[in-house]
Design a protein around this ligand. Structure first.
Ligand code: TRH
Length: 370
């Protein structure tokens, strides 16, 4: 199948992070001829160093990457067109799409949400005034949604990685991070600028044992590198996406944000705290609570997640809540609940498999109508 995937980098790395992962899943996992259109190659190159930010067109990891700008080439749409996060593909491209018979399948990949209404909207068609058809494809946590991206063999690879302390040590060294001392906790922090990092340091310092806190350049700008009581803060340059995934696998605690790192922290299967991308009118609170309701963590962990997001009057309680969450008896309960939740999710077909099944089903239906 020939697939066009359009990605507009709104801000941060999530848009390109999700699209690059999906592009590889469809190309490598389903043998698709993938053409990825990206409007910001500089951000792309931060998570995939092989990207040449000056190239109008290039092949990266077997995927055609087209720089999406005013000079972008006039190309014939493929069989499936994926518009990520309502990014409005070029008019000229859509004109071609509309003129084709049968019309290629046009899908809008929506943002992830754990909310219930997603099931009712997933895979619905949008009949557009110009006669074209676009479908909504919603990622989600249940079988009645589009699912979550997860490459085959991920869980086995993660489990093997957990037993491979040499590979873990080599990764930390490659990222320029200090070695983890035996018994020390490794935590990763990927947060938005106003996350309550002082409360985080206080909570980790009050928790049993020492902590190595790995923070990417650019995140938590107010956080000073070095010792803070029993916590050592160490920074690393933004890592290639694959290394970032393994860092999450190596850690005992992952503080993640947005969408893609959030999903990857599920697959790491370790305790995690999610800083949700703030939305207007506090719409993100409903999304956060919807996820917590699905996850089934102990209520104290829900309170920690909400406090980390400065809900209900801020993060003053976060430090105590985190220290308790990292101590017995809460910590083993947190680990068990996380394993239970993420292992159950890993039983579901992943988003790429569902998207391809949806596309093939539509193609057959179109043929029948022909
Ligand atoms: O960067 P983000 O905050 O992206 C956000 C969200 O996606 C949000 O939903 C969206 O509305 C907004 O962008 C526009 O967080 P996210 O989604 O976790 O994406 C970060 C990507 O960066 C992810 O693919 C992992 C990758 N990454 C690396 O490859 N290396 C690294 O060292 C780090 C820290 C991240």
């Amino acid at each position: 199948m020939r697939i066009d995937l359009f990605c507009r980098v709104v801000d941060n790395y999530g848009d390109i992070g999700v699209c690059w992962r999906l592009a590889r899943r469809l190309a490598h996992g389903h043998g698709a001829q993938l053409r990825l259109w990206v409007d910001d190659l500089a951000s792309f190159s931060r998570i995939q160093p092989a990207v040449d930010i000056a190239a109008a067109q290039q092949v990266v990891d077997g995927i055609d990457v087209v720089r999406w700008d005013a000079q972008a080439p006039d190309l014939v749409p493929g069989d499936l067109v994926i518009e990520a996060f309502a990014c409005d593909p070029p008019t000229r491209f859509l004109d071609r799409l509309r003129a084709m018979t049968p019309q290629p399948l046009w899908v809008n990949l929506e943002y992830l949400s754990a909310e219930g209404w997603v099931e009712d909207c997933h895979a619905l068609p949008s009949h557009r005034p110009d006669g074209s058809l676009k479908y909504f494809f919603f990622p989600g946590f249940t079988t009645r949604t589009g699912g979550l991206l997860r490459e085959p063999g991920l869980i086995d690879a993660r489990n093997a990685w957990r037993d491979d302390t040499n590979a873990q040590a080599a990764l930390l060294a490659r990222l320029g991070l200090p070695a983890r001392q035996p018994g020390d906790r490794l935590a990763t922090l990927f947060c938005y600028p106003d996350a309550p990092v002082d409360a985080l340091l206080a909570g980790l310092d009050a928790a049993p044992g020492n902590t190595l806190l790995a923070v990417p350049q650019g995140a938590a700008p107010s956080l000073r590198e070095g010792r803070h009581g029993s916590v050592t803060v160490a920074r690393y340059a933004l890592a290639p996406q694959a290394d970032f995934d393994r860092l999450l696998w190596t850690a005992d605690l992952n503080l993640v944000r947005g969408e893609d790192s959030f999903i990857r922290a599920h697959w790491a299967g370790r305790p995690m705290l999610w800083e949700i991308y703030p939305q207007d009118e506090d719409a993100h609170w409903v999304k956060l609570d919807a996820w917590l309701a699905r996850a089934g963590f102990p209520p104290e962990i829900d309170a920690s997640n909400r406090a980390w997001n400065r809900a209900d009057g801020g993060s003053t309680r976060f430090a105590d809540a985190l220290a308790a969450a990292l101590s017995a008896p809460l910590h083993p309960a947190w680990c068990a609940a996380t394993t239970r939740f993420t292992e159950a999710l890993a039983q579901q077909a992943d988003l790429a498999d569902r998207l391809m099944a949806f596309a093939c089903n539509r193609a057959h239906r179109a043929e029948r109508i022909q």
